[in-house]
Design a binder for this molecule. Structure first.
Ligand code: NBY
Length: 840
């Protein structure tokens, strides 16, 4: 009975001496325990890395306690749960984030200190978990942090890639890719669940059978792979709640492949079994070359099938009737990548649970929501012939979904075949395929854009016809980032300063409180401390640049403006505009007399980011950056006035170092191309001024801080459209005379080999040279305005009082860009879930 259960629990509790304790002495004991028994090093001699491992396990133990309590509490209260389905999560490091969210940072630092170690040094030992590409994947990570902090009963689901995003190394200025075998040194943050496994099936045939007098389709699969769960606890800040990110790894099915063994080909059958593991082996870099690849499709279905079996099992443990599914389960599609889920839920409900099609469909339409992260129209497509062989039953289901959808549609819009063809989930033509975005829109109750501008674009262009059909589905959920990682973890100096002047740490859970900094806008002491924090962060960054980056002993001046552009390399993000601007600045410096030079604001231009391995133009941009750096940095005539630095292997932990140390950051996408952008928000929170186009979420940043507090430039969205149209309707190439002189000169220098590698840069130059159809991203026409914005930034930097005010106002206006705000909005208006706070 209950009494017996309680007595047992109490005995256990006293045996274990209660919960783990967080005072420095207890922490030291636990660290030494893990040094000796987990890491298996002598407690009398261990190094920084071993100290990291032992501390990580010490923290992990505490996470597990909270994780258990949270899940027991969820099980007991049976709230509606959110399942966040994403093929990518960029978690970065976990140690600092965990100790901060657990509220044991000081105790851990002291414990380490008394053992003769330094927390910062130990934390640096950790490698990044880089299971994603860029903004989309980091957004998922920020949102998990907010879900935990706001006590939402949520689970994240993803894949445990053995190779994360490739490492970028630079050889002679060229990008090379190295595999990121991040599990090599062990991963203390995950818990392997050897008993949480599911079979995932592929291939085979569909047959029709009689069951209880009714015809039923059954899928007879041809291959089985096993999915094993790895759980990653995600602690909330200021709460006991610790939620789960469950990542799946593939392993060979434990079912014996009898036939293969019996035919006597033992070795080959083992080798074949082993192939199963390749499914979750490697993250695909975002370069579109994977579209239509079988392994990618296998990955997606592997993920979808394992996650949904897990979700359905949990639902069935707590509920008996599938009518309750929409009240108890919200499934969120992070972009189209997991949208096979829709067909899978239909298959489970119809084929396995024997619900009628229409009933199942009714349920499915109430549980899915969808967020898209792109501006471009030509989304993800899966070739029908691939599906036919890999997932034959799913293809049938997709056809049936589409048939019903088109029938409905005909009733609404008539036999307008061109419109029907546009809206159809199935694309006919040379390569018949499934349009994943159309599928996701039709089946989801909400379709979310990631900024106001993005949503507007979805409504009027990308999904115009769908918007006409379902206007109520389309919603804006402007992205946000977590201030826990992007201020508290990465900028401790600023954290202390903010807390001191606000008189509270409450802003760590409520970023709107940051607006209170405006009260001290003109306080001289505040200014002084503010500038000091930035200076210390610049020193950290300068040390990093000097220590790791250049063989040529590059020294950067702390008085210089640190000007940063870090993000994935893409033509639309226009790193090329930045480099052209740098070349122009160099030209100006060269032409200046001594007197004018004395008035120049020195600059350190920092660029970082990875190019997808198959993206040639992006790779050339990286090389150009290095070629320009080499020329300028070695020009003794220029000295400290201009330095160019490329930071290799940009990732989450590098971002944590770079962003706090930046004075100015650049966000240069041609208006209408960046769905949101989240880097801008991270810089904003760190008091770095933005130099940006009116694109994505920057438009909303302007609403918060005003146009005066950043450096805005370039064509607005409507102007971009006009210019592009003009460019395309103009049969003759743009008149050379119309190309701004400065732009033409810079381009000519690159084209004529001023930075070497003339042939190599030819095709890069051609992307922006005057000529029919070229310069799609309008570098030519934005260049003048870009230089003006740069000049304005220089001018503002000279007046440090003014600059500091702008910097303070940036942080004060960043509250709206906390992912807490985004998540609360999703929870209330899309997922309809309530906080479920685990008692202490
Ligand atoms: O998502 C980014 C957007 O470009 C950015 O504007 C936005 O702020 C951010 C968060 O909403 N998109 C993005 O990062 N996309 C990818 O990384 C990605 C990954 C995989 C694939 C496509 C895009 N894929 O096709 O597999």
């Amino acid at each position: 009975g209950l009494g017996e259960h309680r007595a047992k629990a109490e005995r256990m509790y006293s045996l274990m001496d209660g919960f783990l304790k967080n005072d420095p002495i207890s922490l030291q004991k636990d660290i030494l325990h893990h040094v000796e028994y987990t890491v298996a090093r002598s407690r009398f001699s261990f190094d920084d890395f071993e100290a990291y491992q032992a501390l990580a396990h010490t923290v992990r133990d505490r996470l597990i306690e909270r994780w258990h309590d949270t899940h027991i509490y969820f099980k007991r209260t049976k709230p509606k749960r959110l399942y966040f389905l994403s093929l990518e999560f960029l978690m970065g490091r976990s140690l600092s984030n965990s100790v901060i969210n657990l509220g044991i940072e000081d105790q851990c630092a002291e414990a380490l200190n008394q053992l003769g170690f330094e927390f910062e040094v130990v934390a640096e030992q950790e490698g990044d978990a880089a299971l994603g590409n860029g903004g989309l994947a980091r957004l998922s990570a920020c949102q998990m942090d907010s879900l935990a902090t706001l006590d939402y009963p949520a689970w994240g689901y993803g894949l445990r890639y053995e190779y994360g995003l490739f490492r970028q190394i630079i050889v002679d200025g060229f990008q090379h890719e190295k595999p990121d075998y991040w599990l090599n040194f062990g991963n203390p943050w995950e818990i392997e669940r050897i008993h949480v496994t599911y079979e995932v099936k592929f291939y085979g045939t569909v047959e029709e059978v009689e069951m209880n007098g009714e015809k039923q389709k059954v899928w007879i699969p041809g291959e089985t792979v096993e999915a094993v769960a790895y759980d990653n606890p995600i602690p909330g800040y200021g709460t006991r709640n610790t939620i789960n990110l469950r990542l799946w790894a593939a392993k060979p099915s434990s079912k014996f492949d009898l036939e293969a063994y019996n035919t006597g080909d033992y070795i080959n059958s083992v080798v074949n079994r082993q192939k199963a593991e390749t499914i979750s082996n490697v993250l695909y870099p975002d370069d579109r070359s994977h579209q239509g690849k079988e392994l990618r499709l296998k990955q997606q279905y592997f993920f979808v099938s394992a996650s949904l079996q897990d979700i359905m099992r949990r639902f069935k443990e707590e509920h008996t009737n599938f009518d309750e599914l929409p009240e108890k389960v919200a499934l969120h599609l992070n972009d189209t990548h997991p949208s096979l889920s829709i067909a899978e839920v239909m298959r489970m409900l119809v084929d396995e649970e024997h619900l009628g099609w229409h009933k199942a469909w009714d349920i499915v339409c109430k549980i899915f929501s969808f967020t898209t992260h792109t501006m471009v129209t030509d989304g993800e497509k899966i070739p029908v012939d691939l599906l036919e062989s890999l997932l034959p039953r799913h293809l049938e289901i997709l056809y049936e979904i589409n048939f019903n959808f088109l029938e409905e549609l005909k009733k609404r819009i008539g036999l307008d075949y061109s419109r029907l063809a546009l809206l159809s989930i199935v694309e006919e033509g040379a390569m018949k395929s499934i349009r994943m975005a159309n599928l996701a829109i039709v089946c989801s109750h909400t379709v979310n854009g990631v900024s106001k501008l993005h949503l507007e674009r979805l409504k009027t262009k990308t999904f115009k016809d769908f918007y006409g059909l379902y206007p109520e589905k389309f919603q804006c959920k402007t992205n946000g980032v977590t201030q826990r990682r992007w201020i508290v973890v990465s900028n401790p100096g600023l954290r202390d300063l903010i807390s001191k002047w606000l008189g509270t740490e409450a802003w760590i859970r409520d970023a709107d409180l940051l607006s209170g900094l405006r009260d001290h806008l003109d306080n001289a002491d505040f200014h002084l401390e503010w500038k000091m924090v930035k200076k210390v962060n610049k020193m950290r960054l300068a040390e990093y640049i000097e220590a790791f980056l250049t063989l040529s002993l590059l020294q950067v001046s702390l008085d210089a403006m640190f000007d940063v552009q870090v993000k994935r390399i893409h033509e639309y993000k226009r790193q090329l505009l930045n480099i052209f601007g740098i070349i122009h600045r160099y030209n100006c410096l060269k032409n200046m007399d001594k007197d004018s030079r004395r008035k120049v604001v020195p600059r350190v231009c920092i660029i970082g980011g990875k190019a997808a391995p198959g993206y040639e133009i992006a790779k050339k941009i990286i090389k150009l950056c290095h070629a320009v750096a080499e020329k300028i940095n070695n020009d003794t005539d220029i000295g400290d006035l201009l330095k160019v630095v490329f930071i290799p292997d940009y990732n989450v932990s590098v971002a944590e170092l770079v962003i706090p140390g930046a004075d100015l950051s650049q966000h240069l996408s041609t208006a209408g191309n960046e769905a949101s952008g989240t880097g801008n928000m991270k810089f904003l929170m760190n008091g770095c001024l933005l130099l940006a186009t009116a694109d994505g979420s920057t438009v909303e940043i302007i609403e918060e801080i005003g146009e005066d507090n950043l450096f805005l430039f370039g064509a607005k969205v409507h102007e971009v459209e006009k210019r592009r149209q003009k460019r395309l309707s103009n049969l003759a190439p743009l008149q050379p005379a119309k190309v701004p002189l400065h732009f033409a000169r810079v381009l000519r220098m690159v084209r004529d080999g001023y930075f070497g590698h003339k042939d190599y840069f030819k095709s890069l130059c051609e992307t922006v040279e005057f000529g029919f159809g070229n310069d799609y991203y309008l570098l030519t026409s934005d260049f003048g305005s870009y230089l003006e914005a740069q000049a304005a930034a220089d001018k503002a930097f000279v007046n440090q009082d003014k600059w500091t005010r702008m910097s303070i106002l940036s942080v004060a206006g960043s509250g709206r860009f906390s992912s807490d705000r985004t998540i609360q909005d999703y929870a209330e208006s899309t997922w309809k879930i309530n906080p479920c706070r685990c008692p202490l």
